[in-house]
Write a protein that binds this ligand. Sequence first.
Ligand SMILES: O=P(O)(O)O[C@H]1O[C@H](CO)[C@@H](O)[C@H]1O
Ligand SMILES: O=c1cc[nH]c(=O)[nH]1
Length: 259
Amino acid sequence: MKLYHIGFGTEDLGDNPPKLAFLSGEPERSRYIAQNYLRDFRLLSDYRGLNSYLGYLSNGQPILAATSGMGAPSLSIVVNELIQVGITEIIRIGTCGSIQPHVPIGSLVISQAALCRQGAANDIAPLEYPAAADPFLTVALARSAQALKVDYHLGITASVDTFYEGQERYESSVNPHLQRWLQGITQEYRNLNILNYEMEAGTLFKMAGVYGFSAGCICAVVAQRTEKESIVLDSKKAAVESAIAVAMKAAQSELEQFR
Ligand SMILES: O=P(O)(O)O[C@H]1O[C@H](CO)[C@@H](O)[C@H]1O
Ligand SMILES: O=c1cc[nH]c(=O)[nH]1
């Protein structure tokens, strides 16, 4: 049976079905991963722009490169259906905005846990439920980043529902008048030692806890919020490439010892 939103079912995954999915917010990233990192890849579906590709690593391990769309509601639907077709490990490969001066544009953030300020997550577990990454996936990502000698930062991520209001953007937003409780929230998070803003990891981690799968998250830093609000597009391609390379190495070698 094909799942309604992801557009494929177990019958489409062959005799050696994938257990691990790379999950990106952006469909172009999933396509790029399939085209540049996976052998014998094929498109499973691109219904609603949520494309998924099945392909293989050089050691024959099957991998899904799938798209969550932006934000937790879309991610929750895709993840729910991926688990139904047999996925047991998910690595989110995303982009984020740094809120710490020592986390520069072009570097990577590996999330060990998330402050989850996301409405969708409340439909899955109570507010107080921990949003924690899988320790083995997280260590595998950190070791891969070390081995590839990329600048990475391991720490806590703030996952929020909005890019503009919830991440305290004033000048670049249509509405410069934020609600009072959001004014100064980025500084508050900085003081709490939170590294970055993004929009999916917290809900992904809570779903992993509740539904019993493993989840990790690695994000390329494309905005430096201690300097300005905007995305630095010139740096995005290289930063995302290094996030993909780290996730790929984790899948190919580092994770083996934990399985
Ligand atoms: O690059 P992706 O994976 O989409 O991640 C980040 O980018 C989007 C906002 O621009 C949000 O989805 C956020 O989490
Ligand atoms: O600043 C940023 C950059 C990417 N994604 C986000 O959610 N925020």
